[in-house]
Design a protein around this ligand. Sequence first.
Ligand code: T3D
Length: 257
Amino acid sequence: MNNILFSITNGVGKIVLNRPEVLNSFNMNMAKEMQAALDDCVATSHVRSVLITGEGRAFSAGQDLAAAIEPGVEIKQIVREQYNPIILKLREIEKPVVCAVNGVAAGAGANIAFACDIVLAATSASFIQAFSKIGLIPDSAGTFFLPRLIGLQRASALMMLGDKVTAQQAMEYGMIYKIFPDESLMAEAEKMAAMLATMPTKGIGYTKRLLNASLNHDLKEQLQMEEELQDAAAKTHDHKEGVKAFLEKRKPIFKGE
Ligand code: T3D
């Protein structure tokens, strides 16, 4: 893999977008490498959380616009083969995904961040729905997640105007979870991902499945699904260990099983 860096340490699968000279904008190779790394995180049982960030001063400037106009390249193919699989993999992996937005996140770069479970950002980071400025529509599920995160009015304005949102504003709007000073972002994100990797992975995975389903379910369907998955969670090793450790007044040792 040349376009991303991928490592597994202490249960955390870490993906670093690594084309800093073009602000980690996506070409087909980088998208395929990210997809493969996410597949690896699904398949590797000792990976119990995922951390995504960018190398250099940007998180990602979205599509590599030079790559997008190369002869023979079709935009439809880019969306179908690069971005749609990334978004589906981010939502379907039943392990928590932390995104550390270390700098500007524009276009598909921003929307990939919003598809992650917990988004942290450096104080100097920013978010831009850059699509309208080049005559495109927001893809990578931006039109799905952003209105749900911040409401239709703000999402419409940001997508139509292409205004830059600072990390502070993004947190106030509810687009992201927390911000940290630039120099401490990575340490904080690594700490959070490492902690998640020691938590009851199955229960967290079921929670993610429920949150995904809640985007389309009615109340009765959601209650039914909660009943079923609470039953499944109650049968895990980690539930039994959590209760036992509580009663024995000690720290639980979760196995992710
Ligand atoms: O096929 C399709 O297009 C469909 C898929 C669409 C998905 C999308 O993501 S569409 C949106 C694509 N992204 C953009 O339109 C954002 C373009 N970039 C910018 O607006 C700015 O670069 C930023 C606001 C992100 C950052 O501005 P700034 O001033 O900090 O940096 P810069 O000077 O503009 O960029 C630094 C370098 O990165 C520069 O190269 P150079 O001059 O040093 O050789 C610049 O050309 C390059 N770069 C930045 N973004 C891209 C890029 N190169 C290729 N593609 C980019 N998206």
